[in-house]
Design a protein around this ligand. Structure first.
Ligand SMILES: [Zn+2]
Length: 359
């Protein structure tokens, strides 16, 4: 089981590509990121197609939309390749490995520009306003990470949470902001490399022409431990939600209805697919919980603070602790958690493939 889980992007990619080769895909392309890893290796979004290239029904499985969260999605993709059964007629599967390869390789959730890819899919003509985030920005990423500065910052956040409640606090922090490039959940001011690459893949493969497309985007870090929450951000009662409920059952949660551990968000990658395939797609975020939301916010705050520091004179012990805490939150070194990820990931893939047959 744990053979699917790697210790770095390079190994995860190597494992994935070796299994791709053994499974003989009908199409394959590598999209090279302009930058390299810290070790000088290529950073690549690998796209692999199995089944008829003209199939009208398609399942897309995406990993590492949030770089460091890629270990789980990559493991599910590799596990599926090992077990890959024959696909039904007129049905294909597209694996997108490492949507944000820079973040995966550098063990960060964001990309090289600090952009959260999952807030980047907005129309940049008018940038959305995020008033709540602006109020909290200095407390979320304080200038100093010393205990007294942190205590003061934490109190500001606690006061906001007490005044507005947990849900509105989470929305203020995480729904997406477009004004603080070094801050949390920053959506950028232009389309990111990953967004442009996804658009290119969709064009190359004529995805807009398909009759029914299921997309599973694998994430980690939010929700109950070792549970893969099936989050659906389609509008309530839309066709996308109806398909999700029919295929994945009562497991489906909806941020718009307040039934999910996720709050409604701006610029999600879902919106790319919903726009590309109106009334012909069902996008779910398969989000594997790893710990509390408070811990999620705290490890991200520390990571973003660290990213804004000059390397010279930096406390190495503090740096290593922040990096380790981040990795532990998004990628628990726990065999039971990893097993749960593989099992539930494969169940959801099978449900999507079966669901597509009913469309
Ligand atoms: Zn994520």
């Amino acid at each position: 089981m744990s053979a699917y889980f790697s210790t770095c992007y390079k190994t995860a990619r190597a494992v994935f590509l070796s299994k791709v080769q053994a499974a003989a895909p009908s199409w394959q392309a590598s999209f090279k990121h302009p930058l390299l890893s810290a070790q000088g290796e290529a950073l690549v979004l690998d796209a692999v197609w199995f089944g008829d290239l003209n199939a009208s029904k398609l399942l897309v499985v995406q990993s590492a939309t949030h770089g460091i969260e890629g270990f789980a999605g990559s493991a599910i993709q590799s596990a599926w390749l090992d077990k890959a059964a024959l696909l039904s007629e007129d049905t294909a599967i597209l694996l997108l490995h490492a949507m944000n390869p820079w973040g995966f390789a550098h063990l960060r959730r964001v990309d090289e520009a600090g952009i959260d890819l999952n807030r980047n899919f907005v129309d940049f003509k008018v940038l959305p306003k995020a008033k709540g985030y602006s109020v909290l920005s200095k407390a979320l990423i304080p200038l100093s990470w010393q205990p007294d500065a942190l205590t003061k910052a934490d109190k500001t956040l606690a006061d906001y949470r007490d005044a507005w409640g947990e849900r509105l606090y989470e929305e203020a922090v995480s729904s997406g902001q477009y004004t603080h490039p070094q801050g949390l959940f920053y959506g950028g001011t232009t389309p990111s490399w990953s967004r442009l690459t996804l658009a290119q893949i969709a064009k190359d493969l004529q995805l807009a022409k398909r009759k029914a497309v299921a997309i599973i985007d694998v994430h980690t870090g939010l929700g109950d431990y070792a549970v893969g929450e099936v989050i659906c951000d389609h509008p309530p009662a839309s066709l996308g939600v109806n398909w999700a409920k029919r295929w994945y059952g009562a497991a489906v949660t909806e941020p718009f209805l307040g039934t999910s551990s996720s709050v409604p968000k701006l610029g999600l990658i879902d919106y790319f697919w919903q726009q590309l395939l109106p009334n012909a797609c069902c996008f779910i975020t398969l989000e594997f919980g790893t710990g509390s939301t408070e811990n999620l916010f705290n490890v991200l705050r520390a990571d973003h603070w660290l990213a804004g520091q000059a390397t010279e004179g930096l406390d190495k012990t503090l740096q290593q602790k922040i990096q380790q805490d981040l990795l532990t939150h998004f990628y628990p070194a726990d065999k039971a958690w990893q097993q749960a990820v593989i099992e539930q990931g494969l169940v959801r893939i099978n449900q999507a493939l079966e669901g597509l047959q009913q469309v």
